[in-house]
Design a protein around this ligand. Structure first.
Ligand SMILES: Cc1cc2nc3c(=O)[nH]c(=O)nc-3n(C[C@H](O)[C@H](O)[C@H](O)COP(=O)(O)OP(=O)(O)OC[C@H]3O[C@@H](n4cnc5c(N)ncnc54)[C@H](O)[C@@H]3O)c2cc1C
Length: 324
């Protein structure tokens, strides 16, 4: 069973990633794949799309009370669906909702639980997982000791499922009987951050700046490089905490996890908490004055130097190269 998620009027990308790995595990186990989707109006229609992604059965819970994420309401609905279906494996995304819901459901159902897994397999019929620990500096291999297991999957670690138009499956509905008055919290609103250019999470290239930039005005140089590369601009928490750039630009443990083809870290030391977010990048280029900065241990390419000289030269060279 997987917990799919909505992204406004679309299925979120994680739904497709969950469908892909969920289908694979269901086939290996000789079982079927059930997808669960919760939300406000339009959820039932969106849920149908999960069949084309590989689900054999879809359960949709559509109710005003599920419009916007509320952990008490979501926990009730998911817990009762898991209780009735009794899946051997339950997967959700390591998203902000998934991280919140996972331990609650696992505890209620007495299932083993591993968070933020980047590989999943079956070993002697039990779910085994690989997860990164110590800020991405080590990998931990875990295997469920119970027959029923739950994990949350790392975003972008699993390939999205192929869409198979015309695939058939069963559509089911979950009746939501929760009274708003019985919940201790209620969802108020979602505020969309107005961001220009490429979204950090989707970017093919990311240029990130840290404390080494020395001030907010110097992010302008990164913006010029980003424009040439069609990259998104990110930042370390030190730069965000200093008020140089807004919070939504933060990469790391308490920020965003990115996995671009190239991550350019400028004036960033490479603290463990930053690398949790930058580590999944396929290549890292570090630009730093300190040859002993930890970021160089994780970087495929490194330039030891002052960014004030390196960035304008790099921007000019890349602009010429890309022009030709
Ligand atoms: C619970 C917790 C959660 C955290 N979450 C996050 C998170 O999500 N994201 C995050 O980033 N951090 C996070 N941190 C903070 C993290 O530990 C580091 O403090 C932070 O990442 C440091 O940011 P930095 O690399 O920009 O600054 P610094 O560590 O100060 O590094 C600045 C670097 O710039 C270099 N430099 C200086 N001048 C120049 C120059 N002219 N040209 C080139 N290089 C230069 C220096 O050599 C140095 O390596 C968290 C910490 C805690 C405790």
């Amino acid at each position: 069973m997987i917990l799919a998620e909505r992204n406004n009027d679309r299925l979120a990308l994680v739904s497709s990633e969950l469908s892909g790995i969920g289908r694979k595990l269901a086939d290996e186990k000789g079982g079927s794949l059930i997808a669960l989707l919760l939300g406000g109006s339009g959820t039932k229609d969106l849920a149908k799309g999960l069949i084309a992604l590989g689900a054999d059965k879809v359960l949709a819970a559509e109710s005003d009370i599920l419009e916007g994420y509320n952990n008490a309401a979501y926990t009730e609905v998911i817990d009762s669906a898991v209780g009735e279906t009794d899946p051997a494996i339950f997967l959700l995304g390591c998203t902000s909702a998934g991280r919140d819901l996972g331990p609650r459901i696992a505890f209620r159902r007495g299932m083993s639980y591993a968070n933020d897994c980047s590989e999943l397999s079956l070993e002697e019929g039990k779910l085994a997982a690989v997860r990164s620990v110590y800020g991405g500096n080590a990998l931990s291999y875990v295997r469920s000791r119970t027959d029923k297991a739950m994990t949350s999957i790392r975003m972008k670690a699993f390939p999205p499922a192929d869409i198979e138009e015309g695939r058939t499956g069963e559509l089911g509905e979950i009746e939501v009987t929760i009274e708003a008055g019985a919940l201790k919290t209620s969802f108020i609103e979602t505020r969309q951050v107005e961001a220009e250019g490429v979204r950090l999470e989707d970017a093919e290239y990311v240029v990130s700046g840290g404390r080494g930039l020395g001030g907010p005005e110097n992010f302008e140089q990164l913006a010029k490089l980003a424009k040439v590369l069609k990259a998104a601009v990110g930042a370390s928490r030190a730069a965000v905490d200093a008020g140089w750039v807004p919070t939504h630009m933060q990469v790391g443990q308490t920020g965003k996890i990115v996995s671009p083809t190239l991550y350019i870290a400028v004036g960033i030391s490479g603290a463990m908490q930053h690398m949790v977010g930058a580590g999944p990048s396929k290549n890292i280029l570090a630009i730093n004055t300190d040859p002993d900065a930890p970021i160089f241990q994780r970087a495929r390419y490194g330039i030891v130097g002052d960014y004030r000289k390196v960035i304008p030269a790099l921007t000019e060279k890349l602009a010429k190269l890309l022009e030709s």
